[in-house]
Design a protein around this ligand. Structure first.
Ligand code: MN
Ligand code: MN
Ligand code: ZN
Length: 286
């Protein structure tokens, strides 16, 4: 089988000047997938989309030939569904529902989100339950879009740094058809999962299968890492420039468990994304 057509690699594209620029920018660098923010990721408020915004985005997607299966929108940075404070959590939940509705308006099928943070105000278990409860409410109030939880590096008080934690949230989500997972490779290493050796890679993937399950995998953030295994530091690097090493990227590119899903670069130098994509495809064994 030709692996080449089964890996869909792209990057997180800018929406400066309009949402429609994300697919246009993606096309320019030869991306087969892409990520984007649905609004300014550092603000709570944003104007609703106009009919024109929506039509233009959809038209350009079609022109550029992108299937929504390979588009992984990311939610804003302020949202914390695990906030112990009821008022703050409610604000996050409303913003999260707004993001899901935006994705749906654009005809997109995923929304990538970080689980949430306990802010050192409660036990991890309690926070996971708050997050799951918010997800259940958000799912009930919206339709079509699958929420794609990202594993985190474990920096600060961010939860979702172990596969068990992600698995536990999924366990508590009532409608399992609306929940999925995005594996961030920098975060995986930083959280303490070895990826650099064949043995480490296999153990980590087995752990992912056992604690979460590949059936939930909807996307990957393919990043190298500035810091080594267990650093708990969320510091991405360009492919091959960090500590993960090319053995990992070779194993990944030839692993068919990562076929037919969006694979998104969030690497630090966007001027070399096109080269990184070409390089990654060259790692596939013919
Ligand atoms: Mn993320
Ligand atoms: Mn990420
Ligand atoms: Zn990160």
């Amino acid at each position: 089988m030709d692996n080449k057509i089964n890996k869909f690699i792209g990057a997180h594209m800018s929406i400066t000047g309009g949402l429609f620029n994300a697919p246009l920018n993606a096309k320019k660098i030869g991306a087969k997938a892409f990520a984007l923010f649905l609004k300014n990721q550092k603000r709570w408020e944003a104007k609703p989309y106009t009919e024109e915004d929506i039509t233009k985005f959809k038209d350009i997607l079609k022109e550029c030939n992108y299937d929504v299966k390979y588009i992984l929108p990311h939610d804003g940075y302020l949202i914390n569904l695990g906030n112990k404070d009821d008022i703050k959590r409610e604000k996050s939940l409303l913003a999260f529902i707004d993001e899901i509705e935006r994705a749906d308006q654009l005809g997109l099928i995923y929304l990538n989100a970080h689980p949430g943070s306990h802010l050192k105000e409660m036990e991890e278990k309690e926070c996971l339950a708050l997050i799951a409860n918010c997800l259940n409410i958000a799912i009930k109030k919206t339709k079509n879009v699958k929420i794609v939880l990202e594993n985190t590096a474990g920096q600060g008080s961010n939860l979702g740094y172990t596969f068990e934690q992600i698995g536990e949230i999924i366990e508590l989500v009532e409608d399992k058809t609306r929940i999925g997972v995005c594996l961030d490779t920098c975060h995986t290493l930083a959280a303490g999962y070895e990826l650099k050796t064949q043995e480490g890679y296999e153990n980590t993937m087995n752990e992912f299968e056992n604690k979460i399950g590949f059936k939930y995998l909807c996307g990957v953030h393919l990043n190298d890492s500035k810091f080594d295994v267990g650093s708990k530091k969320d510091r991405h690097d360009s492919i091959g420039a960090g500590v993960i090493g090319l053995d990992f990227f070779k194993m990944f590119m030839n692993d068919n468990r990562f076929d037919n899903i969006p694979i998104i670069l969030e690497t630090i130098d966007e001027t070399i994304w096109e080269e990184e994509i070409t390089f990654l495809y060259s790692l596939i064994n013919s």
